[in-house]
Design a protein. Sequence first.
Length: 235
Amino acid sequence: MNAWVSQWLSVGQRIADLAARHDRNPGEVQLLAVSKTFPAEAVVAVARAGQRHFGENYIQEGVDKIAQVAHLAPDLAHELVWHCIGPIQSNKTRQVAAHFQWVHTVDRLKVAQRLSDQRPSHLPDLQVLIQVNMDGGDTKSGVAPQEALALAQAVAQLPRLKLRGIMSIPEPHDDPQRMQAIHEHTRDLLQRLQQAMPQLTLDVLSMGMSADLEPAIAAGSTWVRVGTAIFGSRT
Ligand SMILES: *Cc1c(COP(=O)(O)O)cnc(C)c1O
């Protein structure tokens, strides 16, 4: 068996074990395979094994890879769901709106407006998450927690976007309890947004990567975004 596929299988097993250990329903925690820097062949290998959702950080790389995958696996490509998980400059929104089905990194209204305006009319609404900077970390991306509600309310008005929840990338810590506490703050923020906007279904919490799967799942993550544990280390 291909190394990517066997690692993908172990990550899937690990997520199922962690979900059980933390009293989560197994189907509640989904795996987003982060294929950034890895070739289209890696995507096709795990897609053939059953993975459907893929995340890319760099817009041009993602758009090129989506086309390569369609070329390598025309039978499969239409079943794959592509998530943009990287920072989005205004001049990249058109490509994101045309090629991705999900965006995890909406952190300002201008970008959301452009994504809504530029979403091609033949495609379904773009599924979006607000990226929140929960710990004031160096990444700089993400809206401050106290500004998340105002942004979410504005994004929810945009016609071609469907707001589904929030995403965060806290600074890594060796102490899993500290990571879990940060992830729990993110979960609590989602609950507050849901209470403030009861007309929406905010059911998505994108948090946790290879190094913090357990604290993220314990805190209620519904999408874990995993790269290195599946595809290996990035050079
Ligand atoms: C690269 C990346 C991941 C995956 O990180 P790993 O540590 O490789 O699992 C997840 N989320 C975002 C936003 C990333 O940029």
